[in-house]
Design a protein around this ligand. Structure first.
Ligand code: FOL
Length: 215
């Protein structure tokens, strides 16, 4: 039922090896990237909006979010687990990605415990991203590319190499800005440097990009 909703993946990964994690957490602290994540995945209009975006994550990613930030505010939090059935107030649990995507809808049936959702963001981690790349409903990727010394960073968790399959096309920065405007993420647009320039923070450089599935 959810396939008419836009499904996007949002992730920060190193340039060469697509490293995304180390020891169950993020390998870096990138405040501007985290602000972009929060703005893109949050409803325009915040808590007053009648429907909110869903953030879909695996159990390990849920556990990696600092307790004071979870459930992620102004978003419908969906946690995937094969064994745990309840992650507490403000969360909704499914045992697979496809089950979650089928249940999420702008107009859930009256008996549903799931609130209406306006869009769907897959927020990780590796196991969930890997499944989401293969899912036909996933049509875009918000990728933050981190230009780091891969050896020094010691990532132990990686994305599959979606960039070289030919299935995904990187869009120009102007398209990313236009999309964020269309999504009413006007604050997020302000965070994107001109012409794909890199952000420098905490000794790391990174850039924002948009990828779309070829069709
Ligand atoms: N995508 C991108 N671009 N960067 C990320 O760091 C990222 N992280 C995850 C998924 N996609 C991503 C998963 N990890 C929070 C913490 C970890 C996390 C995702 C979110 C979190 O606490 N977010 C708060 C804001 C925290 C803050 O302002 O420092 C939120 O409200 O979104």
């Amino acid at each position: 039922a959810a396939v008419q909703l836009p499904v996007a993946l949002i992730v920060a990964a190193t340039h060469a090896s697509l490293g995304i994690g180390r020891a169950g957490t993020l390998p870096w602290r990138l405040p501007t990237d985290m602000a972009l994540f929060r703005l893109v995945t949050s409803a325009p209009g915040g808590s007053t909006a009648s429907s909110q975006p869903a953030v879909v994550m695996g159990r390990k990613s849920w556990e990696s979010i600092p307790k004071k930030f979870r459930p992620l505010r102004n978003r419908v939090n969906v946690v995937l687990s094969r064994t745990v059935t309840d992650f507490g107030p403000g969360t909704h649990t499914f045992s697979s990605l496809s089950q979650a995507l089928s249940a999420l809808s702008p107009t859930p049936p009256p008996a549903s415990t799931i609130p209406p959702v306006s869009s769907i963001y897959i927020i990780g981690g590796a196991e969930i991203y890997t499944e989401a790349f293969k899912h036909p409903a996933t049509s875009r990727v918000f990728l933050t590319t981190v230009y780091a010394d891969e050896e020094a960073l010691q990532c132990d968790t990686f994305l599959p190499d979606f960039r070289s399959t030919g299935e995904w096309e990187q869009k120009p920065t102007a398209d990313l800005r236009r999309l964020l405007n269309d999504l009413e993420c006007h604050e997020a647009v302000q965070l994107i440097p001109e012409d794909g320039d890199r952000v420098k923070e905490n000794g790391l450089e990174y850039a924002f990009s948009l990828w779309e599935k070829r069709r």
